[in-house]
Design a protein around this ligand. Structure first.
Ligand code: CP
Ligand code: NVA
Length: 306
């Protein structure tokens, strides 16, 4: 059985095939071709321990378009929130449904769900990884630039879940990536290692730095995310001054390639990690990324549950 817990679990070919499938589903969907036979009669349970707009709506709409059904399960409203174990939840849900998508805190909970359940598990964001986001991001880069291999991605800000998955995803498809974070806020060492291992096979270059200028130099895509991820709200005051030099504003963005695209997984905190002028500017592709969550995840759902 196949899961999507972390992009490092998938081969480069699996990722590239999924992106091609996502592209095809998007094209067909826009041209009136329906996909409601692909997951006819299948049910996806969606466990959320954190807020969501994009992930929740895109998975729910995606399942509908594929002919399946989805259940929104707020962790606080199911027994998981009252102390039922992840393992027992996995075994129970596996008796009713054909797949589980989960957004939660610990990556290990997602792994436990996959270990004890008997249906595919999809990581809809943990503190450590956000693989679905990065599949949509890679689809977006490919659409805008026509290729992935050999391009340079710059990520600025917090070395968080999105940054970890972006490192691995870029390396897997042969895209160079430089991540610039303040000292002490770098990516997860394990994610860096996995990205370096993937890069050794694809020829991608993985650079970790504290220098925002080094990151944006010659970049084809400049990516940032919130400085205060869900669960870290208490650190906001401390973080803002530390992260300010990494803000993607007109001046910093102008140091990337003239045709660089600006990327953000959203939700954005305008005036912090990015200025209005950049996120609303002509180089911004943030709503294409949001849209591609739908198409990329439909490809994932078909691959795992079809
Ligand atoms: N990018 C993303 O995962 O958005 P949501 O938190 O709205 O799902
Ligand atoms: N890094 C952010 C991503 C939200 C989609 C968070 O974890 O809150």
């Amino acid at each position: 059985m196949k899961h999507l817990l972390c992009l490092s679990d998938w081969t480069s070919d699996e990722i590239l095939e999924t992106l091609s499938m996502a592209e095809k589903l998007k094209y067909e969907n826009k041209n009136g071709i329906r996909h409601n036979h692909l997951l006819k009669g299948k049910t996806l349970g969606m466990i959320f321990s954190k807020a969501s707009t994009r992930t929740r709506v895109s998975f729910e709409v995606g399942m509908y378009q594929l002919g399946g059904y989805s259940l929104f399960l707020s962790a606080n409203d199911i027994q998981l929130g009252r102390g039922e174990t992840v393992a027992d939840t996995a075994k129970t849900l596996s008796r009713y449904i054909d797949g589980i998508m989960i957004r939660t805190f610990k990556q290990s909970d997602v792994e436990t769900l996959a270990q004890y359940g008997t249906v595919p598990v999809i990581n809809g964001l943990t503190d450590s990884h956000h693989p679905c986001q990065v599949l949509a991001d890679l689809q977006t880069v490919k659409e805008k630039k026509g290729k992935l291999k050999g391009l340079k991605m710059a990520y600025l800000g917090d070395g968080n879940n999105v940054a970890n998955s972006l490192l691995i995803g870029c390396a897997k498809v042969g895209m160079h990536i430089t991540v610039a974070t303040p000292e002490g806020y770098s990516c997860d060492p394990d994610a860096i290692k996995k990205a370096q291992e993937a890069a050794a096979e694809t020829g991608a270059k993985v650079v970790i730095t504290t220098d925002p200028l080094e990151a944006v130099k010659d970049a084809d895509a400049v990516y940032t995310d919130t400085w205060v991820s869900m669960g870290m709200e208490g650190e906001k005051e401390k973080r803002v001054p530390i992260f300010m030099p990494y803000q993607v504003n007109d001046e910093l963005f102008s140091k990337s390639k003239p045709d660089a695209i600006f990327m953000h997984c959203l939700p954005a905190y305008r005036g912090f990690e990015v200025t209005d002028s950049v996120i609303d500017g002509s180089h911004s592709v943030v709503f294409d990324q949001a849209e591609n969550r739908l198409h990329a995840q439909k490809a994932v759902l078909v691959k795992l549950m079809g």
